[in-house]
Ligand binder design. Structure first.
Ligand code: NAD
Length: 255
């Protein structure tokens, strides 16, 4: 029997092939969860399961963990994830982490409709599609659960070049709070995490000058690590946060 904050539970993680999603898989598996790692890049999701999650478990094989190819913005793909989950694990879907996300940054005056829509489709609608699909299963099977949606601090304060992204992330917070109100009666908690600037591939496109300017505004004086966000995710996934729902929690180094 594996010990840990989420021992014996199933964790479905989107965006699991990189950054915060991958770190969430590592920490949740370390804490005893069986992980379904879902990502648009199947190979990256497999890598998460094979290398990172196995290492996190201290195991020599990949155990029960599963990798799934997923496009959160595509209804059929979400359905496929649900079917895979049900086939393998029946009603043990108790943790859902929505970490899939993209940026298509540009000055608002230059931002195309396409780049606006793409960011909305993945970050906002994708989070909705996953949340709705798994909340349905959890409520119908009376399985208590915890849904953690990754928003962003720029959803609260905005950011240059990110009108599309900040709108999508503000939307995630509102959606999280509404869903928490609807799902509490089923024993399903829904919370949002608002990271500041975390050292993952998604911020590699931020120019050095902008990065330096940002760091000047971070009291802790550094970028965050994906694992630091994953520890908060694991806390929200676990019973240690049993009275927290509808919350939007900053994790920014004080930014
Ligand atoms: P990342 O780019 O390292 O990882 C994102 C993952 O999402 C990638 O593996 C990518 O393949 C996957 N993905 C993209 N589109 C997808 C889709 N349509 N369907 C399924 N998977 C898809 O970025 P990250 O930093 O780990 O970001 C994770 C989440 O955290 C995102 O929602 C991001 O907006 C948010 N966030 C990140 C930061 C930061 O500074 N890194 C700050 C605030 C919020």
């Amino acid at each position: 029997m594996v010990a840990g904050m989420v021992a014996g539970r199933l964790a479905v993680v989107t965006g699991a092939g990189s950054g915060i999603g991958r770190a969430a898989c590592q920490v949740l598996s370390r804490e005893g969860a069986t992980v379904i790692a879902a990502d648009k890049s199947y190979d990256s999701a497999v890598d998460t399961i094979k290398t990172h999650t196995a290492l996190a478990c201290g195991a020599s094989d990949i155990g029960d963990h599963t990798a799934v190819e997923l496009d959160v913005a595509d209804q059929a793909s979400v359905k496929n994830l649900v079917q895979t989950t049900l086939k393998h694990y029946k009603t043990r879907s108790t943790i859902v982490v929505n970490s899939a996300g993209i940026t298509r940054d540009n000055w608002m005056l230059k931002l195309s409709d396409e780049d606006f829509d793409n960011v909305m489709d993945v970050n906002l609608k994708g989070t909705f599609l996953i949340m709705r699909a798994f909340a349905k299963i959890m409520s119908e099977t009376q399985t208590p659960g915890s849904i953690i949606n990754i928003s962003s601090i720029v959803g609260k304060y905005g950011n240059l070049g990110q009108t599309n992204y900040s709108a999508s992330k503000a939307g995630v917070v509102g959606m999280t709070q509404s869903a928490a109100q609807e799902l509490g009666k089923f024993g399903i908690r829904v919370n949002a995490v608002l990271p500041g600037f975390i050292d993952t591939p998604i911020i590699k496109t931020v120019p050095d000058k902008v990065r330096e300017a940002i760091l000047k505004q971070v009291p802790l004086g550094r970028l965050g690590e994906a694992t630091e966000v994953a520890e908060l995710i694991a806390f929200l996934a676990s019973d240690k946060s049993s009275f927290i729902t509808g919350a939007a929690i900053d994790i920014t180094g004080g930014y």
